[in-house]
Design a protein around this ligand. Structure first.
Ligand SMILES: [Zn+2]
Length: 215
């Protein structure tokens, strides 16, 4: 695990402190950091002075050598450009993802852990969003994240970064969504460093506009 030291001030007691954060998390070699990704606490720290919780933002690369996944969280747009340049040619057999959204970074790695394809996951969330919109025309969400809380699977909807509501969702439907929406190539599927709800909408539009190749 590569680390860097951040100089921070606790938002509660204002004590200055040095926090060591991972810049890479290797699934096999960094089991503790990996567990913190899965339980959603990778970016949460406890102030040693007052015990208060702090949220710490830092860029990090996740590597799963078994499933051949590289996933980058880049809070800084300059980092996004650097990573994009690194992956003009992808390593063979690797799935490479970049996201500027912390929640999406955590979501993707959890989805991969559960054996889901993240493209299918995005399409699955979109089916729920369209179902809601078909009953509530004024429901306007521009993002959706999958979460598991209190024993229930949820999709949380956001507009301009603000949480606007949740629905119960069934991940058992994800393989069927994959079969239905991802079994044919629309071209967008190739351009897949950024797989998010925008990607899913673009993919769906392409599917609808190319009925000739429907399977
Ligand atoms: Zn403190």
């Amino acid at each position: 695990m590569n680390e860097e030291i951040l100089e921070l001030e606790c938002p509660h007691c204002h004590a200055a402190q040095r926090v060591s954060v991972p810049t890479t998390v290797h699934k096999l070699d960094d089991p503790d950091a990996y567990r913190r990704i899965l339980d959603g606490t990778l970016f949460e720290y406890t102030c040693p002075h007052c015990g208060g919780k702090m949220h710490v933002t830092f860029g990090v690369m996740f590597h799963d050598p078994e499933k051949r996944i590289l996933c980058f969280y880049c809070p800084d747009p300059n980092q996004v450009k650097e990573v994009m340049n690194m992956f003009e040619e992808k390593p063979a057999g690797y799935t490479v993802r970049i996201t500027e959204d912390e929640g999406r970074f955590l979501e993707k790695i959890r989805a991969f852990e559960q054996g889901y394809d993240d493209k299918a996951l995005e399409m699955w969330k979109l089916t729920y969003l369209y179902r809601i919109v078909s009953h509530h025309e004024d429901f306007e969400a521009d993002d959706a994240l999958y979460g598991y809380r209190d024993g229930a699977h949820k999709i949380d909807f956001y507009k301009e970064g603000r949480y606007i509501g949740s629905v119960d969702a069934d991940p058992a439907l994800i393989p069927g969504v994959k079969e239905r929406f991802l079994s044919r190539d629309t071209g967008v599927v190739q351009d897949d460093l950024f797989v998010d709800i925008g990607w899913a909408m673009e993919h769906l539009t392409n599917l609808l506009h190319r009925p000739d190749s429907a399977s």
